[in-house]
Ligand binder design. Sequence first.
Ligand code: VAH
Length: 310
Amino acid sequence: KVLITGGLGQLGVGLATMLRFYCFISCLTPPPPPPPGPFIYSDILDYKNLREIVVNNRITWLVHYSALLSAVGESNVALARDVNITGLHNVLDIAAEHGLRLFVPSTIGAFGPTSPRNPTPDLCVQRPRTIYGVSKVHAELMGEYYHHRYGLDFRCLRYPGIISADSQPGGGTTDYAVAIFHDAVKTGKFECNLKPDTRLPMMYIDDCLRATVEMMEAPADTLSMRTYNINAMSFSPEELAQEVQKQLPDLEVTYDIDQVRQAIADSWPMNFDDSNARNDWGWKHDYDLPELVQTMLNYIGSDSRIAKAN
Ligand code: VAH
């Protein structure tokens, strides 16, 4: 049984639905309505009752999605430090004490301006310039320490910007790549907050969640590392806009740069090297840019999930 913190966030809803197991949330603000399914929600989760939930529900896996993302973290560093770092410490202790297996996502944001950017390998300098990135490097290092020191089965994937149709991202730098689809369908106009040539690694949510479950299920002896980059594609706002305009030719795209997000994006990888994940546990992505755009517009346009066009 899987416990997901941040279970009503952009990724949590999809993973809970995919796993159809327990899903618990730790929202600091009133959560959106939960999706239908065999889920139990405990909101405003504190770590005392997290222990009770783990014991009472015989949880075996803990997926720790709860975190403040890059841009929102910069506007509230103290809260981001509390949720992303203190929260992680609590989760590590509960997992170690109760023999849980622990998955914590990291991110392209765990690299910084002194990391190789094109491509960015798994092992290189990591000096991120956001509290979000610092907290995720800390999570990688602490999880690997608990693995080597206490035998905790800790697993971690560095996610690219994740694009989803039925859940909204929460204050990240890559959020533009979700908003463009909704605005294109609703109004035919999109104002982008990153420069047109800002290239970032991106991934469709179905690839992200499948990678997560495949890595959780990978036999331990296939893992040469505990933290892996995973990749699907990289694109810039202008490349994404051109692909959307193939389907919606009337889409008008303008630019009003958010300096905070632009500075963050300029410090991140442009391309991700995920060869270790592909070699060790057989990772491969399904969605490239044309398929991403087709799937997103099919979903948002028809407002009902349509399988990827073959
Ligand atoms: C953010 N969407 O922009 C998140 C993610 C890779 C980016 O971590 O902060």
